[in-house]
Design a binder for this molecule. Structure first.
Ligand SMILES: [Zn+2]
Length: 475
């Protein structure tokens, strides 16, 4: 006896797209069978997915929820938390979110994780995990604590090579400490997740543009520029190369220079992976000129059409493996409060339209196979971040995180139809498919526009980076 059968869909499996039925028992997938071979009476419920696409739940490996941030006028603000963003994610076909636990001065890694749990436990309808984020110079006991955290199921460490903005709160880690961190990661099977920008170039450009009185946010691409991405990526990749076994995931790649640096590292066989964001693929610095142009921005910055082309090429050449959002959910008023190069906030409201918008751009407009699309919005993140095949796969034994996409759906993205906030950078974007059913571990969370989830449904996901990823597997 099964709890649920999903019948008649085109199912994106690890072996390709297969017409089959899926049987769910409890929280996991119990069987995949030829269409029509499971008796309707053998399950509590049957969902008909005829002429629809059935895929694993989306995974967004880069989101910021319940994130403290200071407005340009000094007012502290906390962005929307998982109790809110998680619902939007589920409506949009994403079932797993990976956020950050801030390892601040004076705290242990364990305390950093426990304090972040308070923002999530009993509040997140999605499954979730954290990257441990170094926020200040690492404490003396850093190495042993990091090793323990990796063993305990927290194997990813976020490192910044820049303070991002002149008033940025000391996030930059110096290269000696990063070197130390890489030795721990390499020895214990961890993965570095990196925000790389060249701090000297970026801060020089801030000073120069402020001196020249060209402080409007429209000039952000001059500050967070291609040269900065080139120098910073090559420096940190060279450091990684010097510590054999160091595996890195380069977050929010935005420029051709970044794509080329990762491609070169991968040609050498190094375990380096690339992430971009959907707005870097779809928007360029020209979009800053549109009304409320800040809504397209996150750090580093939007770049040029040539950079976009390189990012797209990277999605088919084993350089860009994941498309994430850098989600930061706030109101339009708050997102556009900063108007200068040094006070405009990063982050984006994008977790809900990500899967639908990427379907339009990848499958409809660029002819990507369904399998490649699913790799880029789900499976590769599961593999790199140590969640596969529990997550990111429709296979026997995997968690029943299942999304049914309706490929006959036509329309435009409208903020008013979403569940995030009062704006979306994707307003007016064409829709060619949209999630109609989202299951999390066997439970129907969203069906035909109705929400059935609860804040207690999500679970923390402990992770282990697999050996093939640490060895530089081609994805
Ligand atoms: Zn981010």
């Amino acid at each position: 006896m099964f709890d649920l059968i999903i019948r008649g869909g085109d199912v994106v499996t690890p072996q390709g797209v297969v017409a089959c039925d899926i049987a769910v028992a409890g929280e996991t997938i119990a069987a995949l069978t030829a269409p029509g071979t499971l008796e309707a009476g053998s399950a509590g419920r049957v969902i008909d997915a005829t002429r629809q696409i059935v895929m694993p739940g989306g995974i967004d490996p880069h989101v910021h929820m319940h994130h403290p941030w200071t407005m340009p006028d000094g007012t502290p603000l906390i962005t929307k938390g998982p109790e809110y963003v998680g619902i939007a994610a589920l409506f949009g076909g994403t079932t797993t979110l990976i956020d950050f636990a801030y390892w601040r001065e004076g705290a242990t890694a364990q305390q950093a994780l426990e304090s972040r749990d308070k923002d999530f436990a009993g509040k997140s309808p999605c499954d979730w995990a954290y990257h441990i984020m170094l926020h200040t110079d690492p404490p003396p006991e850093f190495s042993s604590q990091l090793a323990e955290a990796i063993q305990a199921g927290y194997p990813t460490l976020k490192i910044f090579t820049t303070n991002i903005r002149p008033a940025g709160s000391g996030r930059m880690i110096d290269f000696g400490d990063i070197w130390e961190a890489f030795q721990v990661l390499a020895k214990h099977g961890g993965l570095g997740v990196i925000h790389a920008e060249d701090n000297d170039i970026v801060m020089h450009m801030y000073a120069k543009l402020i001196r020249e009185n060209r402080v409007s946010f429209h000039n952000l691409a001059e500050v967070h520029n291609q040269l900065s991405e080139d120098l910073s990526f090559r420096r940190i990749l060279r450091l990684a190369e010097s510590v054999p076994g160091t595996a890195l995931y380069m977050m929010h790649v935005s420029a051709r220079t970044g794509v080329e640096a990762i491609a070169e590292a991968r040609r050498k066989g190094l375990p380096i992976y690339g992430e971009t964001l959907h707005q870097y693929l779809m928007y360029s610095a020209e979009d800053y000129k549109r009304p409320n142009g800040q809504i397209y921005h996150t750090y580093p910055s939007l770049k040029s059409p040539d950079d976009q082309k390189a990012l797209w090429d990277g999605t088919v050449s084993d350089v860009i493996h994941c498309v994430a959002t850098d989600e930061l959910c706030c109101s339009l008023k708050d997102k556009t409060a900063g108007k200068r190069i040094d006070d405009t906030t990063g982050g984006n409201s994008g977790v809900e339209p990500r899967v639908g918008v990427m379907y339009t751009e990848m499958v409809t407009r660029r002819g990507y196979s369904l399998s490649r699309f699913v790799d880029l919005v789900s499976t590769n993140a599961a593999r790199i971040m140590g969640l596969y095949p529990k997550k990111g796969a429709i296979a026997v034994g995997s968690d029943a995180d299942i999304v049914i996409l309706d490929p006959t759906r036509r329309g435009k993205v409208r903020a008013a139809d979403l569940h995030e906030t009062d704006y979306t950078p994707w307003e007016g974007h064409d829709i060619f498919a949209w999630p109609v059913v989202t299951l999390l571990r066997g439970k129907v969370m969203v069906e035909n526009g109705q929400y059935f989830g609860s804040p207690n449904d999500g679970r923390y996901l402990k992770r282990k980076i697999p050996a093939d990823v640490l060895n530089g597997a081609r994805l």
